[in-house]
Design a protein around this ligand. Structure first.
Ligand SMILES: [Cu+2]
Length: 184
């Protein structure tokens, strides 16, 4: 007897789901750069190693304690640093993708409490392999990272705690050298 389309579908689903669960990518170097005091946003970084034989599509992120977590890509267009929200980010089969300064990052927005070095933030990354739970420790800006802070932490704040990625909003260009002073 030939299997009905519904039976075939069920067989496919049964075969597919255990593999999908087992093939979560490896996450390393997860971290959030401690934002300046009062900043409503922060940048999160991590490295995703897709060990599976399938392309991994990252298509969202969320956190219980943070209003909005977006996938962002920083880039320099016509000498101006901008960033935009990505609907999805693809990590090829067997490939590694590094979220880092000046490139892909998690944009944590609407922080209701200050993030301090030593805190841990739980973020769930949505992907084609299923939800990926990640713990991101908050760290101070590294010495290798230039820290550009505005004179007013509560101002036009859309920052990452370091230079070049400051931006007032999605895709809206701002001069790279807009601010360069220490916190008052
Ligand atoms: Cu961003």
């Amino acid at each position: 007897m030939k299997p009905s389309p519904m039976q075939r579908l069920l067989i496919c689903l049964c075969l597919a789901s255990p593999a999908a669960v087992a093939e979560l990518p490896l996450i390393s170097d997860a971290r959030i750069i401690q934002p300046p005091p009062g900043a409503p946003v922060a940048g999160g970084y991590l490295t995703i190693n897709n060990t599976s034989e399938d392309e991994l599509v990252v298509n969202g992120a969320s956190s219980e304690h943070i209003a909005t977590v977006e996938l962002h890509l920083s880039e320099v267009v016509d000498d101006v640093a901008t960033m935009r929200e990505m609907d999805q980010i693809v990590v090829p089969a067997g490939g590694t993708l590094e979220f880092k300064h000046g490139s892909y990052h998690l944009m944590l927005m609407g922080l209701d409490a200050p993030l301090q070095a030593g805190d841990d933030v739980q973020i769930t990354i949505e992907s084609s392999a299923g939800p990926i739970p990640v713990t991101l420790p908050v760290v101070r800006p590294g010495e290798h990272t230039m820290t550009h802070q505005g004179s007013d932490g509560s101002s036009q704040g859309h920052w990452h705690g370091h230079g070049q990625e400051m931006d007032e909003g999605m895709g809206k260009p701002m001069p790279k050298d807009m601010t360069d002073s220490s916190t008052n």
